[in-house]
Write a new protein. Structure first.
Length: 128
């Protein structure tokens, strides 16, 4: 068994796809539009779906905003140079919500960014 994808509901498919591809550097892997069922999907990730878990962005026609609730945490992404990645996110118009630094009580270096729909993305610096 393996994790295939995580689904995130988005309020604007173009905006969300641009964020994940242009700001975070993922690839748009495939899209599906289902007008009769009133939704569309975009799968994004850093590698092909048969080799890596990806994100499924789901837009339900006419829904521009979701209540994220208090159960959702974040999506975590491993990075080589966390400061460089955060600078690149800012330069591309992304929002860094927690600057790089060690996790509370530990030594792992983390940072957080937020996507246009308010979802948190944690960057975890690869240990060298």
């Amino acid at each position: 068994m393996r994790i295939l994808h995580t689904m995130l509901r988005v309020g604007d498919m173009d905006r969300a796809t641009r964020f994940y591809t242009e700001v975070l550097g993922m690839k748009l892997l495939r899209t599906t539009d289902r007008p009769e069922q009133k939704y569309s999907l975009a799968f994004v990730g850093y590698d092909a779906e048969d080799r890596s878990a990806v994100l499924e962005l789901t837009y339900n026609y006419g829904v521009e905003r979701y209540d994220l609730g208090n159960a959702y945490g974040h999506v975590a992404i491993e990075v080589d140079d966390i400061r460089k990645v955060c600078d690149a996110v800012r330069a591309r118009g992304g929002k860094v919500t927690r600057e790089p630094g060690p996790v509370k009580g530990g030594t792992t270096v983390i940072a957080f960014v937020e996507d246009p729909d308010g979802y948190k993305i944690e960057f975890i610096e690869r240990r060298r």
